[in-house]
Ligand binder design. Sequence first.
Ligand SMILES: Nc1ncnc2c1ncn2[C@@H]1O[C@H](COP(=O)(O)OP(=O)(O)O)[C@@H](O)[C@H]1O
Ligand SMILES: [Mg+2]
Length: 211
Amino acid sequence: MPPVYCGFFDTRPKASRDFVFGRDDVINELERLLNNGFWPVILGPRRVGKTTVMRVVINELGGIYIDASTAMGLRGLGLRLVDEVRRLNIRVRLNLAVLQLDIERKPAATIERLIKELGDVIIGIDEVQNIISPRLPALLSVAYNESSVRFIFSGSLVGTTRLIMRSPESLGRPLIRFELKPFIREQSMEFLRLGSRNCGIGISDARLRMP
Ligand SMILES: Nc1ncnc2c1ncn2[C@@H]1O[C@H](COP(=O)(O)OP(=O)(O)O)[C@@H](O)[C@H]1O
Ligand SMILES: [Mg+2]
């Protein structure tokens, strides 16, 4: 399918509310949770809009977005974190080149060092269930207890829930499940109606109502 470049129908990744239909309340709630010290975990079926709402939140509040949709270990996560810190010019009292080398040898301890230096930064990890490491819960626990970093996650229901349950005593407090629901029929119709009008495509109401 060729790409569509138009408003709500735009098929490129969206990071602005202006192009996101019907998720204002969800985005506001996620931002409120983050601002109150919670770490939201956005759960929902594929294509429901998890990446989209996470990107808008990070775009609005500022922060690092990490796409973990292809499986990675802690090394992969660490290297992407360093790349983003460099790209976004986030000030840390660490030598990023050295850090990069250390990640190869001691990923968990090095990520820990980096996180403690980051200050109040939001890190979004999209599809977190793909980070294959038994040390992730402990790392998040250190982040919660010893740093000002805030996290927002997205993930599939099954894998992510397992990740959260692995260490309930240390992770129970900040993590909060946030289920993103598919639009109901009326909302979907409104999406098509508004989206098509803004893109100059005429779809009649009768046509929209067709099963
Ligand atoms: N509320 C929305 N308004 C407009 N487009 C949306 C909305 N939610 C999702 N999309 C679009 O649908 C597709 C799938 O969304 P995505 O955020 O990637 O879903 P998920 O991460 O849950 O798999 C993307 O092309 C995205 O731009
Ligand atoms: Mg996604």
